[in-house]
Design a binder for this molecule. Structure first.
Ligand code: IVH
Length: 662
């Protein structure tokens, strides 16, 4: 056998396969075939090391670990980009180019959230991969770069060229990696950029190889050498050479098209497999780029529009514990205040001790904060590269921070509880819950006032709220309460007596009963007396109420008869309020099924509205179904509805009906 020839053949097959799979996303051979050829190649190379070639894909699996990265000075500094944050700043940028006497002609690209690298090829072969570093000097990470499957080891032309682009990690890869790390008890990685940076700086390239990094190349150095005149041509040429170029890069022309590109990118963002943090706009003509010029840090012919941050980094200053109304202990992050999506964040829940351990958080860490569901701030992880050694380990407390009672943890549960029924923290939070918006909705009684009323001895138990009117004179003696505001609060307290059963059931804090279940119970029983007489079996038979809830409800009323009697005596309305029961001929008493996507309402919103009017929502269509609500891409339920001749409401009809309600 001609060994050299076979090696050449195998390298050609494998590199072609990688290119098709990782660059074009269009695999032509199976993983098994790839592995078979690769094994054959590695065996041959081991036997005949003299035939090992620079572009051999055997290097993709990683090689010997090194003890440090060599520093390399970039031939041309790796510049950064200026940032713009809104339409006005984009237009200002555009105006500056016009003022210089040029007609802007932009190429727009995604701003990939990764780290930039420079790749140097000689005679078409990859010889060096360098990180950006400080822009002047970077680190030689060639061994790790070679493990990235989308980086061609050999170009389609035997040229000397330097290109630049972004190394990044796909969102799914990070999720998989973190899952694995969690299993191994390792701290999780905060975001794709840190994960990619950490992976590229692995001294052991075998580890880097497992990290499945990817690249997009967006910059061709010295384009004049190849007679290339514009950035868009350069991107085409990069593709032709075998590089992975982002498919969304587009020559858009004028600034108004830049704005629509940005709007589209924002829409596409969440569906992408990788993270982007903005859009880069670049003036297309190279000769003009040189005339427009550079500052020390940035090119003046390009800028990056940054999306509003969805994630920020800040310091975890401390972890403090709060005691909920059920006695549950919650650790909370005390953060160096930061602004995220328009609001200042200084606190975030850390859920429970297991959450903190699984993320490997230490006090003093730089942590990443995201808004979960765009509202509640969540700590997603620590940035380990920024540890100084001064961070402190997290230690879970063993006694209640409020009353010092030893904490308890139930078998198989993650939460710790303060078991002391008279723990002040538990009591204060029960009182706060009672008056809160979704409960008795007593305006003017904020958390701080309730706490103060508790500490001053005015309100120790729920019934005390309704006795406050007899203590007006004493209340007036305390600073900060004007007569007018006290009168208002007292009026609101008095008015809350008429709220009705639904709110009362939620407000008194029966374990496990949220506002939804409270509504179901109020509808079903109409008056608290009926509910208190219900046995467990009756309760369990109600849809959405399982065995545990039924037991909770039953036990609660067994143990709290005197308390309920007290509330009744105060004059709190224990019947379902008339306002809670709404009627509409099109909905009340009818059976509904929802299928497909409705654009303007979520399924739960539709369900809530229908149930508010005593409509019944079920999952499957039968001859008993009155109406099927049909959205976009409906399922088989639609066909069944047609077949059974059930009335159908489309989104338009639904909106028409909902609009006349209330
Ligand atoms: S062009 C001289 N294009 O953003 C211009 N950069 O904030 C060099 N980046 O350091 C950069 N996507 O790491 C360019 N499509 C893109 C980019 C991009 C991400 C990064 C790059 C750069 C940083 C500047």
């Amino acid at each position: 056998m001609d060994v050299a020839k076979r090696i050449e053949e195998l390298i050609a097959i494998l590199n072609e396969a990688s290119y098709k799979y990782y660059v074009l996303d269009n695999p032509t051979i199976t993983d098994q075939e790839y592995d078979k050829y690769l094994r054959e190649l590695i065996n041959l190379e081991e036997k005949y090391p003299e035939y090992k070639r620079a572009d051999s894909p055997s290097q993709r699996v990683g090689g010997e670990a090194i003890d440090k990265f060599n520093k390399v000075v970039h031939k041309t500094p790796m510049l950064s980009l200026s940032n713009v944050f809104n339409e006005q700043e984009i237009r200002d940028f555009d105006e500056r180019i016009k003022k210089e006497g040029f007609t802007p002609d932009y190429v727009c690209e995604y701003k990939i959230d990764g780290l930039s690298i420079s790749l140097i090829y000689e005679n078409g072969l990859l010889v060096q991969g360098i990180t950006r570093g400080d822009g002047i000097t970077g680190e030689d990470v060639t061994n790790n770069i070679k493990t990235i499957k989308s980086v061609p080891l050999k170009l389609t032309e035997p040229i000397d060229v330097e290109v630049r682009g972004e190394v990044f990690m796909h969102k799914k890869t990070l999720a998989k990696l973190n899952e694995q790390r969690q299993k191994e008890g390792l701290p999780i990685l905060a975001n794709v950029r840190n994960a990619a940076a950490g992976s590229l700086r692995q001294l052991d390239s075998k580890i880097a190889a497992q990290r499945e990094l990817d690249t997009f190349i967006y910059y061709l150095m010295e384009p004049e050498k190849f007679n290339i005149k514009t950035h868009s041509e350069a991107l085409e040429y990069l593709k032709k050479l075998g590089f992975k170029v982002n498919p969304e890069s587009r020559k858009v022309g004028s600034v108004s098209h830049v704005l629509s590109y940005i709007a589209e990118a924002l829409k596409a963002r969440d569906k992408l497999s990788y993270d982007i943090d903005g859009v880069v706009m670049k003036h297309n003509v190279f000769a003009e780029q040189q005339e427009i010029g550079y500052t020390a840090k940035y090119p003046k012919w390009a800028t990056a529009y940054k999306f509003p941050a969805q994630e920020v980094l800040t310091r975890l200053k401390d972890i403090i514990f709060t005691v909920g109304r059920t006695g549950r202990i919650t650790p909370n992050a005390v953060l160096e205040p930061v602004i995220l999506m328009g609001s200042t964040i200084a606190r975030a829940t850390l859920h429970n001790a297991d959450f903190i351990t699984s993320k490997g958080l230490k006090i003093g860490d730089i942590v990443s904060i995201k808004k979960a569901g765009d509202v509640i701030p969540a700590v997603t992880g620590a940035v380990y590269e920024r540890r100084t050694g001064a961070e402190k380990d997290f230690v879970m407390i063993t006694t209640c921070p409020m009353c010092d009672t030893p904490l308890q943890k139930k078998e198989g549960q993650v939460d710790y509880f303060c078991p002391n029924e008279s723990c002040p923290a538990r009591n204060i939070n029960s009182l706060i819950h009672f008056v809160s918006r979704d409960a008795m909705n007593i305006e003017g009684l904020g958390e701080e006032i309730v706490e103060e009323l508790y500490n001053l001895g005015f309100v120790k138990r729920i019934p005390d709220f309704y006795d406050l009117k007899t203590k007006k004179e004493q209340l007036l003696e305390f600073d900060g309460y004007g007569e007018q505001s006290i009168n208002k609060i007292l009026d609101n307290i008095e008015a809350s007596k008429q709220n009705g059963l639904e709110r009362v059931l939620f407000a008194i804090g029966i374990p496990g009963i949220g506002s939804k279940t409270a509504k179901v119970l109020a509808h079903r029983f109409g008056h608290i007396d009926n509910l208190m007489q219900a046995d467990q079996e009756t309760l369990e038979a109600i849809p959405d109420i399982g065995n545990i809830l039924a037991t909770n409800i039953y036990n609660y009323f067994q143990n709290n008869q005197a308390f309920i009697a007290e509330l009744k005596n105060i004059g709190i309305n224990m019947a379902e309020a008339a306002s809670e029961r709404k009627q509409n001929d099109l909905i009340t008493g009818k059976k509904f099924v929802i299928t497909g996507t409705i654009n303007d309402y979520t399924r739960n919103e539709i369900k809530d509205i229908l149930e508010n009017y005593d409509g019944i929502v079920s999952e499957s269509v039968s001859k008993n179904t009155d109406v099927v609500i049909v959205g976009e891409n409906p399922g088989s339920k639609y066909d069944k509805a047609v077949q059974l001749k059930v009335e159908i409401w489309n989104e338009e009809k639904l909106k028409e009906i909902f609009n006349i309600l209330v």
